[in-house]
Design a protein around this ligand. Structure first.
Ligand code: ZN
Length: 239
């Protein structure tokens, strides 16, 4: 029984909203479709603006609400859609209804949507050397410093210091990919029918991936990786 529980939870689809301010609060919503759709949709405004506005007849107040939202959900009601060894028993309609509990506009606001596959026994037992957490932290801190330097030197900068906060003009200035990257992104936009919001989020994530490699250029390989983090944008999901 424990093995089954582990298997299902390991196969959850993890959706990650990265990148607002690292020291602002992070929120984790487990089993995202179990929350009320109305409640989830109320997150759309703060996710977009980093603020919450409350308006009444005589007054209106605004509170800061920059936060990082992390959420998880199963890929389908039975939990085995796209599973490498188990058979999903859900109909396309059942999968569609399950995913429908989370609105498209809300999903669109997640920068990164990743499908987590179960870890194989061989991988669990592997003694092959892995990159340490300390080494990964070093790369992350380096990427953060690159962003701090970038926006500190930007004359139009209005207090931002991370790629996720870039305006449209800054995305054009700092995250425009090379020719191959542009062609790849254009093809993906058409094939996956991505939204304008997904387009700018892919460019921000690609800029961050390039920063992780200390690459001044956003190239096709960075764009490809960022597109790969839009799992739930794919229209083939559940069909
Ligand atoms: Zn299923």
């Amino acid at each position: 029984m424990n093995a089954q529980i582990f298997d299902i939870s390991a196969y959850s689809v993890i959706i990650i909203m990265i990148g607002l301010l690292l020291w602002y609060k992070s929120y984790f919503l487990d089993e995202l479709p179990e929350f009320s759709k109305h409640t989830l949709d109320m997150l759309r405004q703060p996710l977009e603006d980093g603020k919450i506005r409350i308006s009444r007849v005589k007054y209106s107040v605004e509170y800061p609400a920059d936060f990082m939202l992390i959420a998880s959900m199963n890929p389908c009601p039975c939990g085995y859609y796209n599973h490498p060894t188990r058979q999903c028993t859900c109909s396309p309609g059942a999968i569609s209804r399950y995913l429908g509990h989370v609105s498209g506009p809300l999903l669109d606001r997640f920068d990164i949507q990743v499908q987590i596959l179960p870890v194989s026994y061989a991988d669990m037992c592997s003694t092959a050397p892995q990159e340490s957490s300390a080494a990964i932290r070093e790369r992350v801190m380096n990427a953060r410093q690159i962003q701090l330097d970038r926006f500190a030197a930007d004359s139009s900068n209005s207090g931002i210091f991370s790629n996720s906060q870039m305006t449209s003009a800054q995305i054009r200035r700092y995250a425009t990919p090379d020719a191959d990257g542009k062609a790849l992104l254009g093809e993906a936009m058409e094939r996956l029918q991505l939204s304008a919001r997904a387009y700018s989020r892919i460019l921000k994530v690609a800029r961050t991936i390039a920063d992780m490699e200390s690459s001044p250029t956003v190239s096709a390989v960075h764009i490809a990786e960022a597109i790969g983090y839009r799992t739930l944008d794919r229209s083939s999901w559940g069909t």
